[in-house]
Design a protein around this ligand. Sequence first.
Ligand SMILES: [Zn+2]
Length: 253
Amino acid sequence: MPPHTSAAQQVSLIPVLSDNYVFVLHGDPGGAAAVVDPAVAAPVIAWLEARDLHLAAILHTHHHHDHIGGTPDLLRRWPGAAVIACAADRARIPFQTQGVAGGDRFTLLGREVQVLAVPGHTAHHIAYYLPGAVGLDELFCGDTLFAGGCGRLFEGTPAQMHNSLQQLAALPEATRVWCAHEYTEANLRWAAAEEPGLKAVGDRLGQVQQQRATGHPTIPSSIGLEKATNLFLQAANGDQLRQRRGSKDLWRG
Ligand SMILES: [Zn+2]
């Protein structure tokens, strides 16, 4: 691919189901695209066909159905697409053609992709980090880091989730964070109740409520914004993360 191709790649989001986002890495119409965590297929196929894009790859962050459910139908439409997922989770993520693990690097549509092992929400959850020019680094983190929150601990320990979040916090602050669910407003309402004195949280909650009132997504976030406002990313250790996760799990605000 010519060197300018990667600069032309952009990320778009497709809202599906009640609060999921499917992400598309793509260039100009007529070219190739990759999708991350296709919960369903029909809206993704329609979106790609409307732009004359063909699907080259499907990336999965973890095995939950609202992240992989659309894969069989996408493969029926584009049988040659690569399916990239955690090799250790092959039993729960079928159709893999390229199994990966934390520390792996590969090239996707001309972009370098680094695989990060981020267990906690599930045992084999991975994230994909795409370094780019300043402000164009992208992170697809599935259900590990949410805007203002983090995933529930279904299979991992608080210490594992703490380590995973700190790995993400070490990425460049301008990195755009593509969280797989629109949970931001509820996360920040909880955070504002949990730590009422934090001005950065209150300010962000106000902005997010405006965005949601006008129907706009609050994704992407950025690593810098999460470091300033996310109580889970700010947790000092596994114990504090356990405390905050427990509080959020019980919160019915
Ligand atoms: Zn999940």
